[in-house]
Ligand binder design. Sequence first.
Ligand code: TXA
Ligand code: MG
Length: 321
Amino acid sequence: MDQTLRLAADAEGMRTAVALLARGDLVALPTETVYGLAADAGNPRAVAAIFEAKGRPLFNPLIVHCADARMAATFARMPAAAECLADAFWPGPLTLVLARREDARLADLVTAGLDTVALRVPAHPVAAEILHRLGRPVAAPSANPSGRVSPTTADHVLDGLSGRIAAVVDAGPCAVGVESTIVGFAAGEPTLLRPGGLPAEAIEAVLDRPLADPSDEDITAPGQLRSHYAPGARLRLAASAPRRGEGWLGFGPLPDGVTGPALTLTRTGDLREAAANLFGHLRALDRKVGPDGAIAVAPVPETGLGRAINDRLHRAAAPRD
Ligand code: TXA
Ligand code: MG
């Protein structure tokens, strides 16, 4: 691959994206959560190319993105609780892990050999339009090299994958900014496999019961690698202020007297704004402090979208090999 095309999110750009996907090329697409690296989910070579472009461990399965709930239902059996969640939250930032139908026409690599499949109907109008025109689902992980920070702009995508993918459709920054919430139904219990862009509280309100936590030995928990979403710099979490030489990622107004590189996720404590800013700010600070630098991070409340933000921060801070 020589050059990655930057396509406009207009009729022509979307037509080109659909044509590229239909012939098995990789195209990064905007979704409401983060940019996804899409390939035709029924084309084994195209799906394999995703793993190659990202340098992703082959055992990590991919989310299948569908145009609507009807398309999704052709790939998996939906227990009543799953239908209820699909009705309430699709299209939107919710992924359901369900029992895969035997006749589901999906490349085996998509599910990494599991008998379950992760399904999502994205709400972003550009992703939705492309999926409708393509008429079949795409497998799409976040469009970043494996283990690195997820992209929330087309520039982020190009920073990591330029020259390794056919195109990116540029629709500006993603509104939600963290990946979808993942819910599984192993043993019939709705289980929170990954906190994400849809607050767990909203899901529990619709189910009228609490979500179960995945058991420790649950191999299906996503982002199984503890160090994930990692910037180059080290992160120091729940800090009250930056130490000398540290960058600062704040929550609320910036503390007085900060001299190093500093950004705040939100001045007012708005968790939506904080989620939307998270990955972009991590990238910007990472660039400023450099790979041997450190970033101190203010505490973020553990409610609503704060759970997804804290989950990503803990992974970004985890020790690496
Ligand atoms: O918001 C999102 O979910 C974004 C956008 C592009 O849609 N996608 C995304 O994909 O975050 P990715 O590949 O970075 O994360 C998908 C997670 C992985 O950690 C994987 O382990 C989990 O979903 N997953 C996929 N299939 C699964 C399955 N059958 N059982 C359990 N977990 C699964
Ligand atoms: Mg990812």
